[in-house]
Design a protein around this ligand. Sequence first.
Ligand SMILES: [Zn+2]
Length: 117
Amino acid sequence: MAKVSTTVKAKRARTRIGRIRTAIAGIDYLCSGTLLERFTSCGKAGCRCAQDPAARHGPYYDWGHMQDGKLVHRRLTAEQADLLRPAIANYQKVKELLRAWEVETERLIDAEAPHDR
Ligand SMILES: [Zn+2]
């Protein structure tokens, strides 16, 4: 296999960083945390939810996320939950992109300032 020059390696890394940057720039809604969809029993005697698990109330949407080092829970409407779901997926995506950016940066550092120079 032909040895790829450090210039080419650096160029490739820069191209990949450019793609990562573009991907991040295209992201709008971004939230950390988790979204829980819960069903509950109200505890009233005679309510259908007491007998039938399928008749429990809900779904209720609960967003759990860290705020100032503390886990905070927030009740959301179904409409808010629909907006939050992709925002959480975007957060995971950005985390992956940042990891990839870090890998490419390490390649750049090695290509631009190799040990054996
Ligand atoms: Zn009930």
